[in-house]
Design a protein around this ligand. Structure first.
Ligand SMILES: [Ca+2]
Ligand SMILES: [Ca+2]
Length: 202
C-alpha cells in the first residue's frame, strides 16, 4: 500500500521527515516542540560539550528561537503532539520565507550546533566529532558511514571545513535539488524502505 511517505514523496518532504525522526526519539511518531530542544541537549551530551558552556548556551538560544518561531507560525503549545504530516506543513510555513526565514531562524541553529561539533575550534570538522554529532541525532552506523564518506570524512586526518558543512546544512533543509551535496548530510534519503511504519527511518 502506498503512503504519503513512500518514494513518491517530494525530496524536501523526505528530508523534513528525517528532521521529524531526529526529534522522535521514542519512535511513537509524535513529537512536541519540547522534543526539538531535547534533541539539541542530547547532541551536546554526545559531543561531550558541557551544558553550561558558551557553545551550549548558543545552541540552546538558537534552538529556542527556532521553536518560538515554529510556535508563532503554527499556534502550537510546546507539549502539543505533532504528526509527521503536521510537521511537514509546519516546516513549510516556518521556512516559507525561503532564504530569509532560513537565515533568521534555522541558520543560527546550524551555526551554533556545528560550532559545538568543532570541539577544538580550528574551523574544521573531523570524523570523530562528526560521528558523535550523528549518534546524538540518532543516525544509525550505516548512515553515519555513508554521510561521512559523502562529506569527505573517510579517516581521522580528513577535515570538513565549516563553510562546507554549513552549506550542506542549508541544502539539506531548504534545497529541492536532487543533486544537492547536502542531501547526504544524514545518509541515505533515497532508500526504497525509507518509511518505517509511521515515521521515516533514520
Ligand atoms: Ca515521540
Ligand atoms: Ca575541529
Amino acid at each position: 500500500m502506498r503512503t504519503p511517505h513512500d518514494i513518491g514523496s517530494r525530496l524536501i518532504e523526505r528530508k523534513v521527515d528525517v528532521c521529524f525522526a531526529h526529534a522522535d526519539r521514542d519512535q511513537d511518531s509524535l513529537i512536541e516542540l519540547a522534543d526539538v530542544s531535547i534533541l539539541f541537549t542530547r547532541i551536546l551530551i554526545y559531543l561531550g560539550e558541557p551544558l553550561g558552556s558558551p557553545k551550549a548556551l548558543a545552541v540552546h538560544t538558537a534552538a529556542q528561537r527556532f521553536c518560538d518561531h515554529m510556535a508563532s507560525v503554527t499556534g502550537w503549545a510546546p507539549d502539543r503532539g505533532t504528526t509527521p504530516e503536521e510537521w511537514r506543513e509546519a516546516m513549510a510555513k516556518a521556512l516559507a520565507g525561503g532564504a530569509a526565514d532560513y537565515d533568521a531562524y534555522f541558520r543560527p541553529v546550524g551555526e551554533s550546533v556545528w560550532a559545538a561539533v568543532d570541539r577544538d575550534d580550528d574551523g574544521i570538522v573531523r570524523l570523530s566529532d562528526f560521528a558523535a554529532f550523528q549518534r546524538g541525532m540518532g543516525t544509525p552506523d550505516a548512515n553515519i558511514r555513508l554521510a561521512a564518506d559523502r562529506m569527505g570524512l573517510r579517516g581521522e586526518t580528513d577535515g570538513l571545513p565549516m563553510a562546507d558543512v554549513l552549506r550542506a546544512h542549508r541544502e539539506f533543509y531548504t534545497s529541492p535539488d536532487p543533486e544537492a551535496h547536502g542531501n547526504w548530510l544524514y545518509g541515505d534519503v533515497w532508500a526504497d524502505a525509507f518509511w518505517d511504519g509511521t515515521r521515516a527511518r533514520l
